[in-house]
Design a protein around this ligand. Structure first.
Ligand SMILES: CC(C)(COP(=O)(O)OP(=O)(O)OC[C@H]1O[C@@H](n2cnc3c(N)ncnc32)[C@H](O)[C@@H]1OP(=O)(O)O)[C@@H](O)C(=O)NCCC(=O)NCCS
Length: 167
């Protein structure tokens, strides 16, 4: 899917592939410490080989992931989003999205979230859950675009947001 962001940047959203490991590793290395902490809920500056395998070799049924790449340079990562089905509650999936720092606030996170929700509904997912730090208002607003029915649980120092995906 091709998409023009608010700042005019053109991106393409497509399913992640095993061949995306190097691109993902570069994207992680380029991420600011703040964005990495908001995404992984802890400081993180690189992905190990086993993490790269887990993140790129997805089955498309219980683990669904999309990348957004620059249309003019498809080896440049603009964003990544994924959901992983809960093994005990198969209608629930945990979702996470991250957008390259220089492209945040341009609508890409919402577009990835909506595409993830479309993929989830067709695979029998009824609810997204997302863990986030309480100060992450961008993520909270992103989920408000995906679902009109949101609830929040506080778990220690993090928020668990639950988004009902009913059509
Ligand atoms: C959260 C994140 C994915 C949102 O993606 P994005 O492309 O920046 O988001 P969008 O441009 O689609 O905007 C989504 C909402 O967040 C708001 N927003 C964006 N950046 C913001 C910021 N720095 N502070 C506050 N709100 C912000 C937007 O205004 C928009 O809300 P609105 O439409 O009600 O005005 C992105 O900021 C990011 O990668 N953050 C670091 C990783 C992370 O926090 N991941 C979420 C873990 S689940």
């Amino acid at each position: 899917m091709a998409l023009r962001l608010r700042n005019g940047t053109e991106v393409v959203i497509r399913p992640i592939r095993p061949g995306d490991k190097a691109m993902l590793a570069r994207g992680m290395a380029a991420l600011s410490p703040r964005s990495a902490r908001l995404r992984f809920l802890a400081p993180k500056d690189h992905l190990t080989l086993s993490e790269l395998r887990y993140l790129t070799e997805v089955d498309d049924i219980d683990h669904y992931a999309l990348v957004a790449v620059l249309a003019e340079d498809p080896s440049s990562l603009a964003g990544v989003g994924r959901w992983v089905r809960d093994a005990e509650r198969p209608a629930d999936a945990e979702v996470a999205v991250v957008v390259a720092d220089c492209l945040q606030g341009e609508g890409l996170g919402t577009a990835l979230g909506e595409a993830l929700a479309d993929g989830a509904r067709t695979r029998g997912i009824a609810r997204f859950t997302a863990l986030m730090l309480p100060e992450n208002t961008a993520a909270q607003r992103l989920f408000a675009h995906i679902s009109g029915r949101l609830s929040t649980r506080v778990e220690g120092g993090t928020y668990e947001l639950v988004a009902d995906l009913a059509a």
